[in-house]
Design a protein around this ligand. Structure first.
Ligand code: AMP
Ligand code: MG
Length: 487
């Protein structure tokens, strides 16, 4: 028995109040012999959960779904989505939401298992997940959180004691994901086409209450929701661009209405700067390449706008016109925020007409010389640890001189420019070769490298003694690095 009162779970489930066609009530499939791999103590604390008196066996039972805390009402959500541009009916095929946990300061979080068995939405797949991809999501989502980027988080990973069969048999695992909700663009797409015409309005009202209370009583909440989601998604993709993050599967079912990064599958951080970088083995046309991410964000938002058309105005043409105008603001808002972000990366205060040119000259040089994305900014902050000859390149030195002149226009001490840069340029990101290294160790039962890595990723902007090995660029053999969907 596990004493729930001592742990502090406080479930208050509201999504279960939505129409039954939006979800399926079912329990996780029990697993054979669960074994805890990792638990996130910091996140537990933030959630107001105390596992200090829960032993490892009990934790293994809880985070595999073999024992459910009281107050949970387990469900799989229904949704649809455009996958690589093609519309499909989906749903949680291997995820189960336990319920909504309320923290002491009244924040509401979905607690979700990923890899917890088949659901009616599993199609032909097994509903299970392998240890590597679940730990990968744990590492990268936690890294994103500490990089100060909105994201779902990871509370625990448990091995199931069962094999999952992909190309080879792999160790099975369940991840516990924490999200401010799992309402996606795809959830709206699903509601839009449901037989019950009330579903869309019900989901819309629910979403406002859950995430956008500030527009509950506005003149036209549907217009305001589109504007606010657009702004959140612009901010999110700008953050990704800032740290060189490539999501990899920006399907509409993987875009959260709350503005959090969600669904870590074949995502990865770019080492060498190349705007066309794609890591995902299934993204043959580069639809979700680094430089395509803003355009795809806009495309996904247009799909979201289509769902809101019936709610904007009773005159369909008028609605479409309004929605189109809002979507068309994307480019201008994005460009403005992108330059602001790049100015920070370069320590530039105030605005100067030549800033965009200066920024693009650096990026072109990085592209041409195959410079490391993260480390180039470290070099400018004089935080570099590797002695890379490319930074002695004549063109880089010329550019640097221009940049130094521009810094003088800040009319502020250099230290302030450096502080600004330090606040947005990470020294450490989860580099692909390091991620692979710790996952390989974890797969052969050595968790030490994983634990050390997670500690380092908690302070990505600080120069600590233990960061050095994580700052080194990838070995040249990694240039063809590929990620595979997290299935
Ligand atoms: P993703 O690419 O992770 O966003 O997943 C796309 C869809 O496939 C979602 O509906 C998932 O629930 C489903 N899915 C992915 N992997 C599995 C699996 N192993 N078993 C069942 N459904 C899955
Ligand atoms: Mg998904």
């Amino acid at each position: 028995m596990v004493n729930d009162n001592k742990i502090g779970w406080k479930f208050d489930n509201t999504y279960t109040g939505l129409p039954e066609s939006m979800l399926t009530r079912l329990s996780p499939t029990p697993v054979k012999s669960p074994e805890l791999v990792i638990i996130n103590k910091d996140l537990s604390k933030e959630l107001g959960l105390d596992f200090s008196k829960t032993n490892k066996e009990q934790l293994s039972s809880i985070f595999s779904g073999n024992i459910l805390p009281s107050g949970t009402e387990t469900i799989a959500q229904a949704y649809a989505g455009h996958q690589f541009g093609h519309f499909t009916i989906l749903g949680d095929g291997r995820a189960i939401i336990l319920g909504e946990h309320i923290t002491k300061n009244k924040k509401r979080y979905d607690i979700q298992f990923k890899g917890s068995g088949k659901t009616p939405y599993s199609r032909n797949a097994d509903g299970r997940a392998a240890l590597g991809p679940m730990l990968r999501e744990y590492i990268i989502s936690e890294a994103m959180y500490h990089l100060k980027i909105p994201t779902t988080r990871s509370l625990a990973v448990v091995k199931t004691g069962e094999k999952v069969f992909r190309e080879t048999p792999l160790i099975g695992a369940v991840l516990t994901r924490v999200a401010s909700s799992h309402i996606r663009v795809g959830t709206f797409q699903y509601a839009l086409i449901s037989e019950d015409k009330n579903n869309l309005k019900i989901l819309f009202d629910y979403t406002l209450k859950r995430h956008y209370q500030n527009i509950l009583s506005s003149k036209n909440p549907a217009i305001d929701l589109l504007i606010q989601v657009l702004e959140k998604q612009v901010d999110l993709v700008i953050n990704w661009m800032r740290v060189g993050f490539i999501h990899g599967v920006m399907n509409t079912d993987n875009m959260s209405i709350s503005g959090e990064t969600i669904d870590y599958g074949p995502c990865a951080f770019m080492d060498i700067y190349n705007p066309e970088t794609v890591f995902s083995s299934i993204d043959h046309n580069g639809r979700y390449a680094y430089f395509n991410q803003p355009g795809i964000t806009k495309w996904n938002l247009a799909r979201f706008a289509e769902c809101l058309v019936p709610l904007i105005d009773s005159d369909k043409n008028k609605s479409i016109q309004i929605a189109t105008e809002i979507i068309n603001t994307f480019g201008e808002i994005y460009n403005k925020k992108w330059i602001e972000m790049m100015r920070k990366k370069l320590g530039l205060f105030n605005k100067n007409d030549d800033d965009e040119k200066l920024i693009n000259e650096l990026l072109s040089w990085m592209d041409e010389k195959k410079a490391d994305f993260t480390n180039t900014f470290c070099v400018l902050m004089e935080q570099n640890i590797e002695n890379n000859k490319i930074y002695n390149d004549e063109n880089f030195i010329k550019w640097k001189n221009k940049w130094k002149k521009r810094i003088k226009l800040n009319n502020k001490p250099l230290t302030e420019a450096i502080d600004l840069m330090r606040s947005v340029n990470p020294l450490v990101v989860p580099r692909n070769h390091k991620v692979e290294e710790v996952l390989n160790s974890a797969n052969s039962n050595n968790l030490k490298p994983l634990e050390k890595f997670i500690e380092v990723l908690k302070k990505p902007y600080e120069n600590k003694n233990n960061t050095k090995e994580y700052q080194l660029p990838a070995p040249p053999s990694n240039e063809k690095y590929q990620t595979f969907c997290g299935t």
